[in-house]
Design a protein around this ligand. Structure first.
Ligand code: ADP
Length: 365
């Protein structure tokens, strides 16, 4: 007797999601089970197109169905596994009431203790990496004091467009983006008093026609100022990523940033170590700043380490030219951003699935 779709479902009950440790059927991830002759066909819906566990899940499915076929004595030549993805929606509630961006599924803030550590570089390339993997991504350049998106995304010659009182995001490199840098004079200093900073950020976030997005990446200003507070009140945040360089002085500030997010009730997704080491043009690696410092800091604070990005001339050049997709011409550089993106996406999925979103509540100690 050939296998039946019910046999396949039975087999899939033994396959666990590697992160959540529950089976695929219980998690509602199995969308189709079919048997055609001696071949099985299974469609599994993941919680992110950037799932780092695809190969592991595929292997476990193959093993489970093979075991079922052996148990049944059924003719069986293998399984075709198709993966689809549906990014889960984070908690919709915000501290200030209704969610102003109901079309956005996950909002991920990228912060840093100090300027110049590569927070904008990581934000831009995280957004592009997720988009390359098939997600719908928006980048909100929330660094209203020193917006980098106009340069890093090459928006200099793009005209700002509006429909009614809504701004249309720039659609470049596979992502949607908005930045204050395209709304104000590039040479004027951006001086905002607290309430103005709040208003400017709020308008950028809510008066842009983002449409449906799987992920919105928010590039925050460095440090612990008004914008993270506004953001945590305004939008349902999935969590915050902290970018840090390996030096002790950078770690101290990153620790403060992590504590700030904790105080705002925003889960810290983890730490990215940027400028981890220098790779010269011959591919030789040089340890400049104490490679691994941010990873050790993450460990001591009980935070996840999300990956490291080396210092590479190509990354700086592509950022200055506004051509982030060119970073994937260098396989190792592209891979570093892909790893960070997968780790973040998987962590955020896990937080949604486990329903561990914490409502932002402010407690000042
Ligand atoms: P931040 O947003 O933290 O102020 P940026 O992302 O603007 O920092 O980066 C500061 C500068 O360092 C930019 O010129 C950027 O291109 C460069 N940079 C950042 N990370 C790297 C890296 N890993 N390799 C080479 N250059 C980098």
């Amino acid at each position: 007797m050939p296998l039946t779709p019910a046999d396949l479902t039975d087999a899939l009950r033994t396959v666990l999601d590697p992160d959540i440790r529950k089976d695929l059927v219980t998690l509602g991830m199995v969308k189709e089970t079919k048997v055609e002759g001696d071949r099985a066909k299974v469609t599994v819906e993941l919680t992110t197109p950037a799932c780092p566990m695809k190969d592991k899940i595929r292997g476990d499915i193959e093993a489970a169905i093979k075991a079922k076929a052996t148990e049944r004595g059924a003719p069986y030549s293998g399984v075709d596994v198709t993966f689809t993805a549906d990014v889960r929606r984070a908690n919709d509630k915000t501290r200030d009431g209704a969610n102003p961006l109901p079309g956005v599924r996950q909002v991920i803030a990228v912060g840093a203790g100090k300027g110049g550590v590569g927070k904008s570089t990581v934000s831009v390339n995280l957004a592009v990496a997720l988009a390359r993997m098939g997600a719908k991504v928006g980048l909100l350049d929330g660094d209203i004091y020193g917006p980098s998106a106009p340069t890093m995304l090459g928006l200099e010659d793009e005209a700002t467009q509006a429909r009614g009182n809504m701004l249309l995001p720039f659609e470049v490199h596979g992502i949607k983006a908005m930045t204050i840098g395209k709304l104000v004079d590039a040479d004027k200093p951006l001086i905002w008093r607290g309430p103005m900073a709040h208003g400017a950020f709020k308008q950028l976030a809510t008066q842009t026609e983002w449409g449906e997005l799987d992920y919105m990446i928010v590039d925050l200003p460095p440090g612990t100022g008004d914008v993270p507070l506004t953001l945590s009140q305004l939008l349902p945040l999935s969590g915050a990523v902290i970018v840090c360089t390996p030096q002790i002085v950078a770690q101290d500030d990153a620790r403060r940033a992590a504590k700030m997010f904790e105080q705002l009730g925003v889960p810290v997704i983890g730490v990215v170590e940027n400028m981890s080491y220098f790779v010269d043009d011959t591919g030789k690696e040089h340890d400049l700043f104490g490679r691994g410092g941010a990873e050790i800091m993450a460990q001591t604070m009980g935070l996840n380490f999300l990956g490291s990005i080396a210092i590479r001339t190509a990354l700086r050049v592509n950022s200055d030219r506004g051509t982030p997709l060119a970073n994937w011409n260098d396989a190792r550089l592209g891979q570093e951003f892909d790893t960070v993106a997968r780790n973040i996406a998987s962590r955020v999925s896990m937080l949604s699935m486990l329903g561990q979103f914490v409502q932002p509540t402010i407690s000042v100690h």
